[in-house]
Design a protein around this ligand. Structure first.
Ligand SMILES: [Zn+2]
Length: 161
């Protein structure tokens, strides 16, 4: 009989960081649900990109976090196929991302996080990681990253250049 509580499991999972972005999966809006039923934990994750190669590592870290609470717990990790959006990022996650040089994901903007300029350019369409895109600000010269999926890069949906 496991004595682990749902809050202890959630607490452990809440400390898991994304493999590519130094923000927790909870603050990134990737963790959608953590529930404990008897000796089984169910974790629902929403990938920032469906094709994100870091999914395996995310899942491994979540399983390890649950096991750190009680190694006898069964863990069922489910990937939600819903599209992650920039506004899934929590307010604390948004603050951290802005401080470390990411464009504001909640605003779904690719404006420069340092000076706020919208005069930015993508650095190479195929550069960077699958989950983020490097940019350079034309105004202040800073380089920063935009989380793919937080804006519709490439689709032209709300970017006319
Ligand atoms: Zn700038």
């Amino acid at each position: 009989m496991s004595e682990a509580t749902q809050s202890a499991v959630y607490e452990a999972v809440s400390h898991v960081e994304d493999p590519e972005v130094p923000v927790t999966l909870v603050d990134l809006g990737v963790v959608r649900e953590v529930s404990l039923d008897g000796g089984a934990v169910r974790v629902v994750l929403r990938p920032t990109r469906l094709a994100c190669p870091a999914r395996g590592e995310m899942e491994r870290r979540v399983r390890a976090a649950v096991s750190s609470v009680d190694e006898d717990l069964a863990v069922d990790v489910e990937w939600e196929m819903a599209q992650w959006r920039g506004d899934d990022v929590t307010a604390p996650g948004q603050q951290v991302l802005l401080q470390i040089g990411y464009a504001d994901p909640v605003a779904e903007s690719d404006a420069c996080p340092y000076c706020g300029s919208a005069e930015v350019r993508q650095d190479g369409r195929f550069g960077g990681a699958v989950c983020k895109q490097p940019y350079t600000c034309r105004s202040c010269g800073s380089t920063f990253d935009v989380l793919r999926g937080s804006i519709s890069t490439g689709s032209g949906a709300h970017h006319v250049r």
